[in-house]
Design a protein around this ligand. Sequence first.
Ligand SMILES: [Ca+2]
Ligand SMILES: [Ca+2]
Ligand SMILES: [Ca+2]
Ligand SMILES: [Ca+2]
Length: 427
Amino acid sequence: MLLLVSTLVSLLACSGDGSKAPADPTTPAPTTSPQPTTTPTPLPQPTTSTPPEPVSLRVATYNVSLYGVRSGQIADQLTDPSDPHAQGIAAVLQTVRPDVVLLNEVDVDDGTTAQRLHDQFLAVAQDGREPLDYPYVYVAPSNTGLHSGLDLDNNGRVDGSREGSDDYAGDCFGYGTYGGQYGFLVFSRYPLGTPRTFQEFLWKDLPDADLPPGWFEPEELDIVRLSSKNHVDLPIDLGNGQTLHFLISHPTPPSFDGEEDRNGRRNHDEIRFWADYISGELGSYHIDDAGVGGSLAADQPFVIAGDLNADPNDGGSREGSMAQLLEHPRVQASPAPTSDGGAEQADLQGGINRTHGTDPAEDTADFEDTSVGNLRIDYVLPSTDVALHDAGVFWPLADDPDFDLVGTFPFPVSDHRPVWVDIEVSP
Ligand SMILES: [Ca+2]
Ligand SMILES: [Ca+2]
Ligand SMILES: [Ca+2]
Ligand SMILES: [Ca+2]
């Protein structure tokens, strides 16, 4: 346990800069190939000729809604090992049991929050569930709560000194009332390579960017970033010679704006960034924070994951936003993850859910049912070159004992449900 903790700490210290991955403890030791019983007996083969095996893993995304009203509040909260919110997150994850999981809406700090969430909750049995053990963690730097110094929300005021206010949050590169609010992190059983981040990529540098007409001044366009948190290509070393590219982000909700729909346009373009990244077309525009250009090679397997804040048919996102990925030739969008509980809750909650176009079994978030309703907005989308064995949304039926982990408003843990896929990546 001590070794594990020190590994986690050393990796956390490198968060945002890439981490030097230690040897993979999960790689099975090479085994001697079964020998045929027919004569003549072949010479023993050197172990280096053992062919690499396919790797099967469960990959998940989960918006855990773990944010506060001031910097440091969540880290302080997690010093209490009986914190019900973090216990709930851990109980859900100990039920779903992903090998790699993206958590949206976690405070980004020096790694303290991630370490406490892992050591005090995930690694501790919740109500008799088996503990989890993730030797590798990545905490993404975030644009949320990072003040721009300019009036990006056009309310006539600029005040970068008052963290905690809506005035402050509205002029940040990504909406956040304090630095690191609504960030994201990854826990993994597999070693992680050096992340490629696109935190500083400018919105205007996206070819044919869908910028809100007349909204930003020229000097604002020179600093306005595309990513509301970060866009990260995080390499996962599967130990069989294959690297899985985890393409993670959390595009802004397409709401909380006006006629200009600046957040809807940004949401669309944040999703488009990945669609172009896997297309290999227009690849020259993907300049990362290290100044290196280029998109993802055609032979690289990937999983796009995150709360993408766009339902294929319902809610406030711009038309066609999710189709950019769901209908992309490199994305394996079928079968869609589903749950029985999502369908049941849409029926029980009624309201606008009755007018929705998306199959409620595919819903991943439970919002108010007058103007928005329950939506499919959380995604784990593998590339077509990996085998997709199973997929699901963790949303139990109301008579299931695990329903208490999900609940109804006000929710015990989150208004989102985890989404997972079981994939197999062959060498
Ligand atoms: Ca302005
Ligand atoms: Ca302002
Ligand atoms: Ca609802
Ligand atoms: Ca729905």
